[in-house]
Design a protein around this ligand. Structure first.
Ligand code: HDE
Length: 707
């Protein structure tokens, strides 16, 4: 494993708590050396066992308490350590020290799916959590975002209902990690405010190729606050250096069967091999004066700010450079909370964000067993905390002295308030607030469809088709026809053709108007609904599509399967391998069995992957090298399954000299992404260029191979 060069301050802090068992003698939890760890204490060697076996009780007693409650949402997650480096000057907008030009800050990140349990598959159709804890010199700051820039609901009050609807149904606890069931679509079809988010969730964004290839968003509007106390609204963005890519739905389902840890393993291996994943950190800055300038309300988390309206300014780069030492101690016990803010950053009045501030702290207290979770090493700030909070379960810090109150004279007034000595400390932005106390929703939140339409209009044709397919799949799994119909009425408000295409697949003519029941719920928030939407600034936004533009993109860390067997030409293998390695991609030899392979030239090669364990869905592209191996490949059904699936999932296939004929017994036919050495002088270059496009999605339409 490659180690990052400079262990950062957080790593140094964690090292104080790290335990290494190598070359150590086994002990009890009290450090007493254990003589025999195989046998309980008995009367004679056939028993019975004795009540006084303190060694056994020590071991089993701890084992019995190994589990803690999993997160109520985002239970399935994968973590990593990293750093953020800032290379732009935004001191005009914020005094947050970690955001100043030239600063490097250690961080811990946790990616997650939302609906599934802790052991559920990585490739579920779902939103991905994107939580970052920065260990800054001002204290810990958590940016707890998602890979989708908007959310299902506008007010925190609806959150438990949303989650109850998507989680397995309470009577039968079915289905696991899936939104394709009645209760979810019942809720969604009655909540048109979810229309924009549901378009993202039914798009390919919800089935990423890798955690390293997805965007991250802070979702809410936050505030940056400068030294003078002036605030600027901000939206946070993470842009992956490897581009934004997804798998095909049929592929996602197969990956879930073959390797349900696909994303977790991919992240771990990339970091382990020194291919450190990177994202640029970007900000959209909106002056306070512009708060009400747009067709949408910037406090409404179901809306995004199009990049064409407010450009994303890149200010730094995050690099993930170290895997956790222990999953439970770090990834499971890390406690995120959007309420952990520091000087220079503040919350906006977004009612969803405001509601989150209670929930996270509360859930950590429950999940991590009381108020001392800040003292768990992964959650500790780099600054030693100093306050008069004391005691409680699992208290670790040993507070010295006889005083734990303020004001005091006995400890010279310490710990003192920063203001008493004219020093800096967290101060909330001095926002002027006045109004009546009401439980209500602003009518500026009532346009539920314009941005859903903007999103759909911004998609390429294949992306649009995938959205149609996803709605058709999910709603086909709904058993109540009324729910299906109600949802197609929502789709009709977004885009008529979308609604009609989905309707066709369900045997429904989509109603043109929202269902009466849906309207009755919306009118609880907006009595005069429908309200005329404001004129939209844009018809479409390039940034919302994942389509890779010709000439852009790269193939770094992409995995290419070399389908080989005894007799394969070493020359043919090495020729492509060399080019791929130069481009930063990986060649993996797959044969009919693991062990040793003999090349046509006579030399041997170690084989660690076989068709039994490695299906095509775990690779980005496929190469069939030349050689005598063609004779056995010709008769191998696993080979055909591999290339057929790759083709179906719109991947790039390369056939070296003399192997093109293998295509004839498969569905594969030449196109931009099927390259043959026999017919193309620039076969390697063309293969690489096609790989940069990630997938040849047009194939689905042209060859009718829906993936
Ligand atoms: Fe969360 N969310 N959430 N959420 N959320 C949790 O906190 C909650 C929301 C997000 O890797 C919980 O520690 C409420 C939006 C992520 O540990 C819980 C509301 C966004 C994670 C909770 C929201 C998120 C969570 C469960 C509506 C994107 C995983 C366990 C007001 C900006 C954090 C936990 C991790 C986790 C509550 C809405 C992202 C229950 C009440 C919007 C990435 O506290």
């Amino acid at each position: 494993m490659k180690k990052s060069k400079n262990p950062d301050l957080k790593t140094e802090q964690l090292n104080q708590f790290t335990v290494d068992n190598s070359n150590q003698k086994l002990t009890t939890n009290d450090g007493v050396s254990i003589y025999d760890n195989n046998n309980t204490l008995k009367v004679g060697d056939r028993g019975p066992s004795l009540q006084q076996d303190h060694i056994y009780f020590d071991k089993l007693g701890h084992f019995d308490r190994e589990r803690i409650p999993e997160r109520v949402v985002h239970a399935r997650g994968s973590g990593a350590h990293g750093i953020l480096e800032i290379n732009e000057d935004i001191s005009e907008y914020t005094c947050a020290k970690f955001l100043q030009k030239g600063k490097t800050t250690p961080l811990f990140i946790r990616f997650s799916t939302v609906a599934g349990f802790k052991g559920s598959t990585d490739l579920a159709r779902d939103v991905r959590g994107f939580s970052v804890k920065f260990y800054t010199e001002d204290g810990n700051y958590d940016l707890v975002g998602n890979n989708i820039p908007v959310f299902f609901i506008q007010d925190a009050m609806n959150f438990p209902d949303l989650i109850h609807a998507v989680k397995p149904e309470p009577d039968k606890e079915i289905p696991q990690a899936a939104s394709a069931h009645d209760t979810f679509w019942d809720f969604i079809s009655l909540m048109p405010e979810s229309a924009h988010m549901i378009m993202w969730a039914m798009s390919d964004r919800a089935i990423p190729r890798s955690l390293r290839m997805m965007e991250g968003f802070g979702v809410h509007t936050f505030k940056l606050v400068n030294q003078e106390g002036k605030a600027t609204f901000v939206k946070f963005h993470w842009k992956p250096k490897l581009g934004v890519h997804s798998v095909a739905w049929n592929e996602a389902q197969k990956i879930s069967g073959f390797n349900s840890d696909f994303h977790r393993q991919d992240l771990w291996e990339a970091i382990d091999e020194g291919n450190f994943p990177q994202w640029d950190l970007g900000v959209q800055l909106i002056p306070e004066e512009d708060e009400l300038k747009y067709s949408f309300d910037i406090l409404d988390a179901t809306k995004l700010v199009p990049e064409e309206l407010v450009p994303v300014k890149i200010i730094g780069t995050m690099t993930l450079n170290r895997n956790p030492d222990n999953f439970f101690a770090e990834t499971e016990q890390v406690a995120f909370d959007p309420g952990r803010i520091i000087p220079g950053i503040d919350l906006s009045d977004d009612p969803l964000l405001q509601g989150r501030i209670f929930s996270y702290m509360d859930t950590q207290n429950y999940r991590l067993g009381g108020g001392n979770f800040h003292e768990i090493p992964i959650n500790r700030s780099l600054n030693q905390k100093h306050n008069n909070q004391k005691d409680g379960t699992g208290r670790i810090d040993i507070l010295k002295g006889g005083v734990s109150y303020f004001p005091n004279s006995k400890a010279s007034g310490c710990p003192y308030h920063a203001m008493l000595k004219g020093e800096e400390g967290f101060q909330s932005h001095e926002q002027k607030v006045e109004g009546k106390k009401v439980r209500a929703r602003s009518d500026s939140f009532a346009d539920h469809f314009s941005q859903a339409t903007l999103f759909f209009n911004s998609q390429s044709e294949p992306e649009k088709q995938h959205i149609v397919d996803a709605f058709s799949f999910e709603l086909s799994k709904v058993s109540d026809p009324k729910i299906r119909e109600r949802q197609t009425a929502i789709l009709y408000q977004i885009d008529k053709t979308l609604a009609q295409k989905v309707g066709d697949n369900l045997g429904i003519i989509p109603p043109k108007e929202l269902d009466e029941l849906t309207l009755s719920f919306v009118r609880q928030n907006h009595p005069n609904y429908p309200l005329k939407p404001k004129k939209q600034e844009l018809k479409s936004s390039d940034a919302l599509s994942m389509k890779v533009k010709e000439g852009e993109g790269n193939i770094k860390t992409r995995k290419v399967a070399f389908l080989v067997d005894n007799g394969v030409s070493k020359k043919s293998v090495d020729q492509l391998k060399k080019v791929l390695e130069k481009e930063g991609a990986e060649a993996v030899l797959i044969s009919s069995k693991v062990g040793e392979l003999t090349y046509e030239e006579g030399s041997k090669e170690k084989i660690s992957h076989s068709y039994r364990t490695d299906p095509s869905v775990c690779y980005d592209a496929v190469y069939t090298p030349s050689g005598k191996s063609i004779e056995s490949l010709k008769l191998n059904p696993d080979y055909y399954e591999f290339i057929n699936d790759s083709y179906r999932h719109c991947k790039i296939l390369l056939f070296a000299k003399g192997t093109g004929s293998l295509m004839n017994n498969s569905f594969v036919r030449p196109d931009r992404g099927v390259v043959l050495e026999d017919e193309n002088e620039d076969w390697i270059a063309d293969f690489i260029e096609a790989m940069k496009l990630h997938r040849i999605w047009d194939r689905e339409e042209k060859r009718k191979v829906p993936s």
